[in-house]
Design a protein around this ligand. Sequence first.
Ligand SMILES: [Zn+2]
Length: 74
Amino acid sequence: MSGLSENFRLPVACPSCGSHLMRVSQVKNPDDKVFCASCSRFVCLYHEACTVLEQGPCSESEALIEQAVNRGDR
Ligand SMILES: [Zn+2]
């Protein structure tokens, strides 16, 4: 893991701390993990974050993030 990452704002808040600021590697591969910038919790994969950014803050976006977060716990 390199330190090359950048922050971006997600319409859906981090399920742990409620922050909207997320961190992803600068490479931004679709399968790159997106972490909360404030508590470093896994939130989703980058391609999922892109979907959420396109959809905006709606129930579908929240459901997608919730599923991704639960998956990342394993
Ligand atoms: Zn957080």
